[in-house]
Design a protein. Structure first.
Length: 329
């Protein structure tokens, strides 16, 4: 049995894909399969992939379906005891697989989370999100239940690439990424993390995330329209699995804040479209069973945002309403 299945979805990554693949093939742990999903690339990505001659590489060549479907297709093919994810513009540190495998097997966890370091134009940098700073010393060198993280659950990095998963666990809980949208990591993380019984963290940098103009989170463009459906899926996950009451206060704030921040930063040409998506979502919430929870638990800024969206006919009217100050909490 293969120890680790590394899943690498790629779309038009000709500038970076060679380094990503080489970082896997040169790992100190060599018992792995590398499943590369070419998601309908139109540049030279596929020819670069085909230039590698290594029996550990498996290639799925498909029409463009997006990152969620690409990862799901690879998961169905995966044979490893454990699963790790890599993005086509990033790379692993040399001992990443060995260290992650050693952690998850020695502690018998469902998920183990490691540190990511960022890279930008020759310089490395750290941030609290990828540095696991929210995990205090009491979480180090031991196994814990995810519900122990309740007071900072929504401040944990959702990146699938920052974790190693026991594949049997993913199969058992029928874990899948949402398809047809970006920000697919977010619902996947909360579902898998809260379904896990045993989790651990690794305070070592195993993964390098490259910042560049094409990175999903570096430019607030049309991809951020998907913050709305991603939030809707998240709510469904929490309500269906009995986690809603446990995490209601932070969950509702988290759901409102994603699209709220996106609306502030998104390119002007997408603001009306995003506003309409948010308004439709809020109209549905208003007619449902959880509306009173929003009104009673949101802070004054988020509550005013929600009410202004509901009361406005379009984005321009919303901006006029939202510019007035909210009353104190």
């Amino acid at each position: 049995m293969t120890r680790i299945s590394v899943i690498l979805p790629v779309f038009n990554e000709e500038k970076f894909i060679k380094k990503a693949i080489e970082s896997v093939l040169s790992q100190s742990l060599d018992d792995f399969e590398l499943i590369i999903v070419n998601d309908g690339s139109t540049d030279d990505t596929l020819s670069i992939i085909n230039g590698f001659d290594d029996s550990r590489i498996k290639i799925i060549n498909q029409k463009n379906q997006g990152p969620g479907a690409s990862r799901n297709n690879a998961l169905e093919m995966a044979k490893g005891d454990y699963v790790m994810f890599l993005d086509g513009d990033d790379w692993y540190c040399p001992d990443a697989l060995k260290t992650a495998y050693g952690e998850i097997t020695s502690k018998d966890t469902d998920i183990s989370i490691f540190q990511i370091i960022k890279y930008n134009d020759g310089e490395y940098s750290k941030n609290s999100w990828f540095n696991l700073n929210n995990f205090s010393e009491k979480f180090e060198d031991r196994v814990f239940n995810p519900h122990e993280c309740g007071d900072f659950l929504f401040n944990i990095s959702v990146s699938a690439a920052q974790k190693i998963f026991r594949r049997e666990f993913l199969v058992k809980i029928k874990a899948r990424f949402p398809e047809g949208m970006y920000f697919e990591d977010m619902p996947f993380f909360f579902y898998t993390f809260l379904k896990a019984e045993r989790v651990s963290i690794i305070k070592r940098y195993l993964y390098v995330r490259q910042k560049h103009d094409g990175s999903i989170t570096e430019s607030v463009d049309a991809k951020f329209l998907d913050t709305v459906p991603a939030g809707q899926i998240l709510m469904e996950i929490f309500t269906k699995n009995g986690w809603y009451d446990m995490y209601m206060f932070d969950l509702l704030a988290f759901k409102v804040n994603g699209p709220r921040y996106a609306l502030m930063g998104i390119e002007d040409k997408y603001k009306e479209e995003l506003f309409t998506l948010i308004k439709d979502d809020y109209e549905e919430i208003k007619s449902g069973k959880y509306y009173d929870d929003y009104m009673e638990n949101l802070g004054p800024v988020k509550r005013k945002f929600m009410l202004d969206v509901l009361n406005a006919g379009d984005y321009e009217e919303f901006m006029t309403l939202n510019q007035t100050k909210s009353s104190p909490a």
